[in-house]
Design a protein around this ligand. Structure first.
Ligand code: ATP
Ligand code: MG
Length: 445
């Protein structure tokens, strides 16, 4: 890989990052490395987020110390990674600071002959480490001595101008690791940034290369996109770039330019993801704590299930319910289950959610959910999914107390609504609207 030698140093006075914004333990790690004679930098997403005034998810550190040297400096640490070893330093409250040696190649660029190189040969300079990163805004370094930002890739200008730019030649970088297309779109959607033309054209051209990536990686990346609170803007970019139908082929025919119903399907999915974003952000622990994966995937699949199986609009009971659940499970196995490598439990949970939606629909006109329904293990999650669908359909915001019973993991014992399920003090049911209409059976406002 070519090694550019020019960098820009942005002094403390000219950027918004202050030491106080940096995690205390992260700072200590950098100080200790410095005292031992090594250089160290805050790298990647943390610099980007701090620059934009956001709270970083994690504080990753880059250093010229080798993994063994890092390990010796931090007692409470361990080495992970096969090809690229990096050191995790543990702190209180399960906090982990990842410290990695600067390197010249990303693990994803190692599919060719380089794969057999010893890890030593991939260690690199600061300039090289910037070049192996995915996007310019993720390729910045912050050092604590002078408190400067070091920029080899034009990342600061791109942060200032709201631009997503792939580092290096977008064509090559995408072919080496097609997931970088998803990363470009994710950060554009999250920050309302624009993807610069060369990166955008390359993504368009190579959208179908996503299928070359391991299914489990695609699943994890897709879940990050859907759960991050920007699923709706992500959807817009993912459809426009051609990535969406690669990730969710069940919608390929619905969203094809030949489809006469394209607008309708697009709007349905978009509205659903808008509701997912809004409701997800109101849950306790948001944004760090998100909805369970199966609920997010079921949400993505809800318009498809509505078309294919008429859920939740058409309630059925008993044997019919089981038959329909079986059909849904088979369809999931043959489609998203296979190409996202979902395990059995996940497939089952998604089926249960979609299959039981009609149950909630059946009782939505009642003053309260039947007791037996509330006791069902699927009730809490299905209620959230139902709320998301309802909000998408009607355009009316669902009240927070109707969805706070679940977050992170299934909450199987939703709190009682009202003092007594029979008494006069019952609160209004979640969905008292008995009017029919829309694809899910809800009426627009
Ligand atoms: P998030 O806030 O979602 O964690 P992030 O940018 O920190 O965003 P990570 O997946 O934690 O994302 O990756 C950390 C850094 O590693 C990125 O900022 C980027 O510099 C680099 N990186 C991650 N994935 C790739 C990739 N596929 N190719 C090149 N560099 C990558
Ligand atoms: Mg990160």
């Amino acid at each position: 890989m070519s090694t550019p030698v020019t960098s820009t140093t942005i002094s403390r006075a000219d950027h918004p990052i202050r030491l106080e914004m940096i995690d205390q333990d992260g700072l200590r790690v950098m100080q200790r490395l410095g005292e031992a004679g090594f250089s160290s930098y805050l790298v990647g997403g943390a610099v980007r987020d701090l620059y934009l005034g956001k709270t970083p998810k994690d504080f990753d550190i880059g250093t010229n110390a080798r993994p063994g040297q890092i390990r010796r400096l931090f007692k409470n640490s361990r080495t992970i990674g096969r090809r690229f070893r990096l050191v995790q330093v543990f702190f209180r409250n399960d906090k982990i600071i990842e410290v990695s040696t600067l390197r010249s190649l990303s693990e994803h660029d190692l599919d060719g002959p380089e794969q057999v190189l010893a890890p030593n040969n991939t260690y690199g300079t600061l300039a090289e480490d910037a070049q192996r990163r995915d996007l310019s805004i993720n390729g910045l370094f912050y050092e604590i001595d002078q408190q400067t930002i070091i920029d080899y890739v034009g990342g600061v200008a791109d942060l200032e101008n709201g631009v997503i730019r792939m580092v290096g030649d977008p064509e090559k970088r995408i072919l080496r690791d097609p997931v970088r297309m998803m990363r470009a779109i994710r950060h554009a959607a999250r920050n309302s940034f624009t993807i610069e033309p060369a990166s955008r054209r390359a993504i368009h051209r190579h959208a179908d290369k996503l299928s070359l990536c391991p299914a489990s990686r695609l699943r994890d990346e897709l879940l990050k996109d859907l759960a991050g609170g920007s699923a709706a803007p992500w959807f817009e970019l993912a459809v426009e770039s051609g990535l969406f139908v690669e990730l969710a082929p069940v919608y390929r025919s619905h969203l094809s330019s030949q489809s006469t119903d394209r607008e309708h399907h697009y709007r349905k999915i978009h509205q659903l993801l808008q509701a997912l974003d809004r409701i997800g952000a109101t849950l306790p622990g948001a944004p760090a704590r998100t909805l369970p994966d199966h609920l997010i995937l079921a949400c993505l699949l809800a318009p498809w299930a509505s078309n294919a199986f008429a859920v939740p609009a058409k309630p059925v009971k008993g044997n019919q319910l089981h038959k329909r659940a079986k059909l849904i499970r088979e369809a999931i196995n043959a489609t998203i289950g296979a190409y996202l490598n979902l395990n059995r439990a996940h497939r089952q949970e998604i089926t249960a959610l979609l299959g039981n939606l009609p149950m909630l629909n059946l009782y939505r006109g009642e003053r309260d959910w039947p007791k037996w329904l509330k006791r069902k293990s699927y009730f809490a999650a299905t209620r959230v999914l139902y709320a998301i669908i309802q909000e998408a359909e009607t355009g009316r915001q669902v009240q927070p107390q109707q969805v706070t019973t679940i977050s992170g993991a299934e909450n199987k014992t939703p709190p009682r609504r009202g003092r007594s399920s029979r008494g006069k003090s019952r609160t209004r049911p979640s969905f008292a609207d008995t009017r029919q209409g829309g694809i899910f059976g809800f009426k627009k406002q």
